[in-house]
Write a protein that binds this ligand. Structure first.
Ligand SMILES: O=C(O)c1ccccc1N[C@@H]1O[C@H](COP(=O)(O)O)[C@@H](O)[C@H]1O
Length: 209
């Protein structure tokens, strides 16, 4: 089995370099101001300069305006857009870029509905539901709700860390895992050792499968 790893919410060049060195497949930059991991366009452009070929730069948005996304795309070389709010499929698809849709899961039927509603996405990211926040909560959810039959790549997120990611990968068998809070020392500041331990765990469990 092979499971890709996205490290999200990077704000410092040293964290980008550590994640790349540890073997991350994708790096997330948050363009959502209320988040403590939010980066400005100038910061993001500088961070993206440190990402080598074959590692994807993902821009995370929550209910942005069209102009906000366009402004970022004009100035930051993003490989993929991640929509983590209540965006419609039409909204997500209008930028001529590959995109993934994140949903916050309460019931299994929400996942099935999203497979239909966002059928043009490059992947569906499933995260924990929280009444007050759109994501990055550090909370996990009931993985039994995730169907094994999937028409598109499924990205598992929500409260992952090196302590639970091997169990998550074994049970869910996702296309990829996405982590933010579980590899931090404080909000927005990543912990190099935690990043390395997380990716090692994913690679270890993939090898034994
Ligand atoms: O990271 C954030 O602050 C954030 C804010 C708003 C929406 C999504 C956000 N992050 C994403 O949330 C999930 C789960 O994060 P965690 O590992 O539980 O901390 C992940 O996809 C992040 O990319």
């Amino acid at each position: 089995m092979s499971v890709r790893v996205k490290i999200c919410g990077l704000t410092r060049v040293e964290d980008i370099e550590a994640a790349v060195k540890a073997g991350a497949d994708a790096l997330g930059l948050v363009f959502y101001e209320p988040s403590p991991r939010s980066v400005s366009i100038v910061q993001a452009a500088e961070l993206a300069r440190h990402v080598p070929a074959f590692v994807a730069v993902v821009g995370l948005f929550v209910n942005p305006t069209k102009d906000e996304v366009r402004e970022v795309l004009d100035r930051v070389p993003l490989d993929l857009l991640q929509f983590h709010g209540d965006e419609s499929a039409e909204f997500c698809a209008q930028f001529g870029r590959r995109w993934i849709k994140a949903i916050r899961v309460r019931q299994g039927r929400e996942i099935q509905a999203a497979f239909t509603d966002y059928s043009q996405a490059s992947g569906l990211l499933v995260d924990a539901w929280d009444p007050d926040r759109f994501g990055g909560t550090g909370q996990s959810f009931n993985w039994d709700l995730i169907p094994s039959d999937r028409p598109m790549p499924l990205i598992l997120a929500g409260g992952l860390s090196s302590d639970n990611v091997s169990r998550a990968v074994e049970q869910v068998k996702p296309w990829a895992v996405d982590v933010s809070g579980g590899v931090e020392q404080s909000k927005g500041i990543k912990d190099i050792e935690k990043i390395s331990d997380f990716i090692k765990e994913v690679h270890r469990v993939c090898k034994t499968d």
